[in-house]
Ligand binder design. Structure first.
Ligand SMILES: Cc1cc2nc3c(=O)[nH]c(=O)nc-3n(C[C@H](O)[C@H](O)[C@H](O)COP(=O)(O)O)c2cc1C
Length: 148
């Protein structure tokens, strides 16, 4: 059966939205994909997917985006029952806490009993070719984990 993958993104100036769109394009031939902006995402619905990919920028002083706070709070209440997941995001090395939102989301999805199937990927601002290769590698790992 075709696996279902939900891609949830937070993006203020468009980089992470573009990454989410790229992931969808990479995955669409082999999975049913749903792209959701994080303020519209329901953490309690994640179990309906075979895998979840979260794409987020970092804001304030190494914090989650404001619009991701509700999703993150709900995540603490959810048992993901080993739902497969991966996390990535564009943020900026100009800030001290580079990509901290990626760390927080990775830690929480693990704590919520998700199964991490790819190393988390942090991208400095606009992705370069090497970054896109890392994004594609993450997508491949997610697909491979679903074929197991
Ligand atoms: C007010 C502000 C605070 C930020 N704080 C951080 C931070 O603490 N750590 C970090 O890595 N990036 C930080 N960033 C950088 C963004 O995460 C980065 O520009 C990211 O690529 C934006 O993604 P988007 O285009 O999807 O919105 C900050 C950006 C702004 C505007």
């Amino acid at each position: 059966m075709t696996p279902s993958i939900q891609i949830i993104y937070a993006s203020q100036s468009g980089r992470n939205q573009a990454i989410a769109g790229h992931l969808q394009a990479q995955l669409a031939s082999q999975a049913q994909t749903l792209v959701t902006e994080v303020s519209q995402a329901d953490a309690f619905d994640l179990l309906a997917n075979d895998a979840v990919i979260v794409v987020s920028y970092t804001f304030h002083d190494g914090d989650l985006p404001d619009e991701a706070q509700d999703f993150f709070a709900d995540l603490k209440e959810v048992d993901l029952a080993r739902t497969k997941f991966a996390v990535l995001g564009s943020s900026s090395k100009k800030h001290i806490h580079f990509g901290r939102a990626v760390d927080y989301l990775t830690i929480q999805l693990n704590a919520s009993n998700g199964e991490q199937v790819a190393d988390s990927v942090k991208i400095d601002q606009d992705p370069d070719d090497a970054d896109w290769a890392r994004v594609d590698q993450l997508a491949k790992r997610v697909l491979a984990s679903l074929a197991e």
